[in-house]
Unconditional design. Structure first.
Length: 176
């Protein structure tokens, strides 16, 4: 799982590779994501860099949905439920949301509440629970690594926002 050539389509290994060396509590306790999201202007939050791409608001809602879904799966694994840590159809969830109708402030607040619940859950886990193994696709992983991949997913989307959304006036993106 140390291959840096993973892509987002590889799912777990890619997201894990973005944060693998940082401990879970530090990852989930950082306020950097919320400071960054709060710095985005409400007008920019509705921006799409190309037709049929999500707005920044939809990305924030998607990251929040992702953490909700994955934390339930992490909870199940922490209780030794032998489940497949399956994927989900993120486009279906975004298409059936009202993220673009909400303010960016509402979306960030909701995400912060979800994060607080995640941190609360993490604080209840023992070292032995963090070492429980399950499967994400074909990869056998520990609960701790699965949790890290949740933040890796966040990092992936924040990088996309920085590269494709907030720099949309630069010459390199003018053709988008």
């Amino acid at each position: 799982m140390t291959n840096s050539a993973y892509t987002p389509q590889d799912g777990f290994p890619y997201y894990y590779s973005l944060v693998k060396s940082i401990d879970c509590i530090s990852l989930f306790s950082s306020s950097a994501t919320f400071a960054f999201l709060n710095s985005i202007d409400e007008g920019k939050a509705s921006y799409r860099y190309a037709p049929n791409k999500w707005s920044i608001k939809q990305i924030i809602g998607h990251i929040t949905d992702h953490e909700r879904i994955k934390m339930f799966r992490a909870f199940s694994l922490s209780r030794n439920a032998q489940i497949q840590l399956w994927g989900y159809d993120e486009n279906f969830f975004v298409d059936n949301s009202r993220f673009d109708e909400l303010t960016k402030e509402q979306l960030v607040a909701d995400y912060n509440y979800v994060r607080q619940a995640s941190v609360s859950f993490l604080n209840t886990l023992s070292e032995s629970q963090l070492n429980i193994k399950g499967f994400a696709g074909q990869d056998e992983i520990t609960l701790e690594d699965f949790l890290k991949s949740i933040i890796g997913h966040e990092v992936h989307h924040l990088n996309i926002i920085k590269e494709r959304y907030l720099d949309y006036d630069s010459p390199r993106n003018s053709s988008l």
